[in-house]
Design a binder for this molecule. Structure first.
Ligand code: 5GP
Length: 220
């Protein structure tokens, strides 16, 4: 995985990375993902498949690929999904081909997936995965956001709140933790993480050649 390379903004070739955002529902991860895609170049969103019902305002193929259980099982069984998990009684999974295409086209890939999917990606792609866990500043804030979203029924919201504690318990498996006090501040933090990770020496496979070129010029 992620064997592809791309040129960084400074022209040095590097390995593509898989940037994962996870959080309990309602911590602002979807908004952060949207902002990252809008404002960062060289980053493509991985669009998951899910068996859950489409929410008002969602678009098939943009937010998710909405599929039935039979199709989901078939995709999981035939290896079309890079990772998959059951969340809130529905199947969610990452189509493998789109991720591989993006990485080989020199793009980094952004994932909005849960801790189960993150564990699977880490097993498959190791250090090419950079993971960020988003925490809400308080439980009251989490609840407020779930209600303002107003897309789910009260029963679904209650279910999501009661799952939040379990999801939170996985925070320590992540490379970075961001507390979402304000969306702009959280965005700036997540953006800094991506920018710094793109500069990591191990990913910059073109550095040896680049520095050799500098040395050749110095020795002239
Ligand atoms: P929602 O139904 O609110 O869109 O998403 C519910 C949860 O499923 C979120 O925590 C989201 O990150 C997670 N999720 C979405 N897509 C995937 C996926 O492809 N794989 C996994 N493992 N989790 C996903």
């Amino acid at each position: 995985m992620a064997g592809a390379s791309e040129h960084g903004s400074d022209g040095v070739e590097r390995r593509g990375l898989m940037f994962v955002l996870s959080s309990p529902s309602g911590a602002g991860k979807t908004t952060l993902s949207r902002l990252l895609i809008e404002r960062m170049s060289g980053l493509r969103m991985s669009v998951s498949v899910t068996t859950r019902q489409m929410r008002p305002g969602e678009i098939d193929g943009r937010d998710y690929f909405f599929v039935d259980h039979a199709k989901f099982q078939a995709m999981a069984g035939s290896g079309e999904l890079l990772e998959w998990a059951t969340v809130f009684d529905n199947g969610y999974g990452t189509p493998r081909a789109a991720v591989e295409d993006a990485l080989s086209a020199g793009q980094d890939v952004l994932f909005d997936i849960d801790w189960q999917g993150t564990q699977q990606l880490r097993e498959k792609a190791g250090k090419d995965v950079v993971s960020v866990f988003i925490l809400p500043p308080s439980v009251a804030d989490l609840e407020k956001r779930l209600h303002t979203r107003a897309q789910d029924s009260d029963e679904v919201i209650r279910g999501r709140m009661s799952r939040a504690s379990h999801e939170l318990s996985h925070w320590a498996e992540y490379d970075y933790i961001v507390v979402n006090h304000s969306i702009e501040e959280a965005f700036a933090e997540v953006q800094s993480i991506l920018k710094a990770e793109r500069l990591k020496r191990e990913r910059r496979i073109g550095l040896t050649e680049f520095v050799r070129g500098l040395q050749r010029q110095l020795e002239r």
